[in-house]
Design a protein around this ligand. Structure first.
Ligand SMILES: N[C@@H](CCC(=O)N[C@@H](CS)C(=O)NCC(=O)O)C(=O)O
Length: 275
């Protein structure tokens, strides 16, 4: 899967630009280390990047640039504030997005780079018009078929978490995280290695329903683990979020499916696995 790559010099940037194929959509992410909203945007972009498989030529290239360290590049793209995202194709500017509107960024990338998987699209019956952006990077692939899981970059999120992070900043980060994918699972461990039986069961349910989802390992970030309990007013994990709204934990998801067996089918991108 693609990653968000940090570029630290003007020459590295020029070399990178020249190496791209005309069809590759270059996503430039300008940030500064001191701007808190950049943390959230980094998480969003890392997650989006992970949805695009590495192909030849690459469909996308996600680049991260410290706007202050590379002033010439920043000037070239009229970066006036951070976070600032610029989409470029064949050396031509496609679109610039200033600020930390995750949905705008997601939407722009998908419009220009396309959906990462041919099977994706707005699922019939989806609750909102927001397209299911984060795409399938089959991970736990096996004979029974892969579920489509995308990790939210917990290391990027964790790296900026300091003991001083205010509740306001944490909640702002969580508000973005829960929208990082149309379906987000906050769990203990990862889908391929759940660290708790409840999380394991919920992963199995999502897989059985062929649901495409992003996940966040709360064991990797104690602030998210504790903060999300308060933010969500829900004391335990797993937590399933759909379109930025909390559905609930394992028991609630089971109840919802019992009441409406098609409850999760709107988010399916593939034939449900028989597992
Ligand atoms: N009945 C709950 C079970 C979940 C649960 O009890 N989780 C516990 C143990 S894994 C938990 O998250 N505790 C809080 C914590 O570990 O921070 C559900 O439906 O999701």
């Amino acid at each position: 899967m693609s990653t968000l790559q940090e570029i630290t010099s003007e020459s590295e940037f020029s070399t990178h630009i020249s190496s791209l194929a005309p069809s590759t959509v270059l996503v430039l992410y300008f940030h500064t280390p001191w701007a808190a909203p950049c943390t959230q945007m980094r998480t969003i972009l890392s997650t989006l990047a992970a949805g695009y498989p590495v192909t030849s030529p690459p469909t996308t290239s996600f680049i991260s640039i410290n706007a202050e360290e590379l002033p010439d590049v920043s000037e070239e793209y009229d970066v006036t504030a951070v976070p600032f995202v610029v989409l470029v194709k064949n050396k031509e500017l496609l679109e610039s997005i200033s600020g930390s509107d995750a949905i705008k960024v997601r939407d722009a990338i998908e419009r220009h780079a396309g959906q990462p998987s041919s099977s994706s699209g707005t699922p019939a019956g989806a609750k909102s018009t927001i397209p299911p952006v984060l795409n399938a990077t089959p991970r736990d692939s096996g004979a029974s078929g892969a579920a489509t899981e995308n990790p939210v970059d917990s290391s990027a999120a964790a790296a900026t978490t300091t003991p001083q992070e205010s509740k306001e900043a944490l909640f702002a980060r969580l508000a973005e995280l829960v929208k990082a994918a149309p379906v987000m699972l906050f769990m203990k461990g990862s889908p391929s290695s759940p660290q708790c039986g409840f999380s394991r069961q919920l992963v199995a349910i999502l897989r059985e329903n062929g649901v495409k989802y992003g996940f966040f390992n709360i064991l990797a970030d104690e602030d998210v683990r504790q903060g999300l309990k308060e933010f969500a007013e829900w004391p335990t994990f797993p937590q399933l979020w759909v379109q930025g709204e909390l559905v609930g934990g394992l028991d609630i998801v089971k109840e919802e499916i019992e009441a409406d067996p098609d409850f999760l089918k709107a988010y399916a991108v593939q034939q449900p696995s028989a597992a």
